[in-house]
Write a protein that binds this ligand. Structure first.
Ligand SMILES: *Cc1c(COP(=O)(O)O)cnc(C)c1O
Length: 486
């Protein structure tokens, strides 16, 4: 049953008010007598006339229509929707962090500069890189920054003909998009039958035009590229660099380091792996790490330490410049910093072990009911195909919508592009076995519904305030205000 609660626009009663004020303004002066008439209303606005409790109920109803990690299981593949510990929010709100002004004299914000410097060092240790910038505000922004650094590096070597960035066909859409924004040409290489980069194809693709290979490992199928060292050698021999899309580092913490795999530049998503909230367009953070030879090209300022003093170094002639105002989304960095310290090395290692265990656990249950195109041990996520269900009359989109009726956020669907009817599931480490079992049971139930009566699934969701939207129109020309029905 759809939610029937009325919003305040529909319960207006003429003359009802939610406040009481003195008849006469106690100053005795009419507002209209001292405000310029340009600022005065020409006609009364058409607002709902309701009581205070109606207003409170209206907003409470609206807030409960939202779905987040705090309301339920959110296995959105490639997005790492893990639980975000609330203590990190407390730490980010300490007045020394929250109230500092970005242009305050450096002597007065030594602690904050130390935090940035310290975070840089911890990320170096986790990834095997030599230096970080914490400026970029998102993963895609990190990609853009990293590719700018790669371009500056080649140009500084007089290598102006290196204009190609190689990406596998399983790549996240932001990879070719970032490359194109920098003016690189993207060249796609196919995956092999095991869902991994085809090494022979890579050998045939690299040339004196290769600027970089962009790769995520584990890849978007959740599979580890075990020929990465050979791939690095091929690219480096051709004079290119390796870029690591580390948005999904949740499987490798304390286990493997991109810096040891041969990568030269990477970004991390603090708002995925390092437990800071995301979704809904909130602030993110996509730190970029580089190997020694690329440090001169990092954005300014770089936080340096001289004796006991931290300072912002801007005297870096080869720097690509600033990529974000001030020093990035500092509050997000503070939350991730608190998370890393709270977890410690052992905690981070366990994070990855549990993330991988949870993904494999679900995969083994669900592969009996849904096709699993790449049937191997996975890392933090796995990709099913809804092809069998599609033949029975319900698509992957229908299955995703049906999950909403059962109070789950749907997995990522139709990505990666190389899997037909893709259903990409990433449970993360913060979910317990009971949650995974309940979700698996629901997925099995839906598979059975499709078998017996696909209509129950193709009409979903049946329990939400609104049914299916035209997603293209909703994204391109959204109607964000309540409109009276004609
Ligand atoms: C999420 C993600 C990105 C982009 O990160 P944003 O912060 O959304 O810009 C890039 N690559 C991969 C593999 C991702 O999962």
């Amino acid at each position: 049953m759809r939610e029937q609660k009325k919003l305040i626009f529909e319960m207006s009663t003429p003359g009802r008010v939610g406040f009481s004020l003195p008849e006469d303004d106690f100053t005795g002066i009419e507002v209209s007598s001292y405000l310029n008439s340009d600022y005065l209303r020409q006609e009364e606005p058409n607002l709902p006339e309701v009581s205070e409790v109606d207003v409170v109920r209206h907003f409470t109803t609206l807030s409960s229509r939202n779905f987040g990690v705090d309301s339920g299981f959110y296995p959105l593949g490639s997005c790492t929707m893990k639980y975000n510990p609330k203590v990190n929010e407390d730490v980010a709100r300490y007045s020394g962090f929250a109230l500092a002004h970005p242009f305050q004299p450096q002597e007065t914000v030594q602690g904050n500069l130390k935090l940035i410097h310290w975070m840089d060092q911890m990320l170096q240790e986790i990834t095997g890189m030599d230096r970080f910038t914490l400026q970029p505000a998102a993963g895609a922004h990190g990609e853009l920054t990293g590719l700018m650094i790669i371009k500056a590096f080649h140009r500084n070597n007089g290598d102006t003909e290196r204009i190609e960035v190689i990406v596998p066909d399983s790549a996240h859409g932001t990879n070719p998009a970032s490359a194109a924004m920098i003016g690189f040409k993207t060249v796609e290489i196919p995956s092999n039958a095991r869902g991994l980069v085809d090494l022979e194809a890579l050998k045939n693709t690299v040339s004196e035009k290769t600027a970089a290979l962009m790769l995520t490992n584990p890849n978007t199928l959740g599979l580890f590229e075990n020929e990465i060292l050979e791939m690095a050698e091929v690219v480096h021999k051709a004079g290119g660099l390796l870029y690591y899309d580390g948005a999904n580092a949740n499987a490798i913490l304390g286990k493997a380091r991109p810096g040891d795999m041969g990568f030269d530049v990477l970004h991390l998503n603090l708002h995925k792996t390092f437990a800071t909230p995301h979704g809904g367009g909130g602030p993110g953070s996509g730190p970029v790490g580089v190997k020694t030879e690329l440090i001169p090209f990092l954005p300014v300022p770089v936080i340096e330490k001289l004796d006991d003093r931290y300072y912002m170094d801007v005297e870096r002639p080869l720097s690509i410049g600033k990529v974000k105002n001030c020093y990035g989304n500092f509050g997000v960095v503070v939350k991730a910093f608190a998370y890393i310290l709270a977890m410690g090395a052992e905690g981070l290692r366990l994070t990855s072990e549990d993330a991988v265990l949870n993904a494999n656990y679900l995969k083994e249950i669900l592969k009996e009911y849904y096709e699993l195109p790449y049937d191997q041990v996975c890392k933090h996520e796995f990709v099913l195909s809804g092809s069998k269900q599609k033949k029975q009359g319900a698509s992957t989109l229908d299955i995703a919508k049906r999950l909403i009726d059962y109070k789950y956020h749907p997995p990522t669907i139709y990505f990666p592009l190389i899997v037909k009817e893709a259903i990409m599931i990433e449970p993360t480490e913060t979910e317990g076995k009971e949650t995974l079992d309940a979700f698996a049971e629901t997925m099995v139930k839906i598979a059975k519904e499709v078998e017996q009566n696909p209509d129950t699934v193709t009409d979903a969701p049946l329990t939400t305030a609104v049914g299916r939207l035209d997603e293209v129109t909703a994204a391109r020309t959204p109607i964000l205000k309540w409109q009276p029905e004609d």
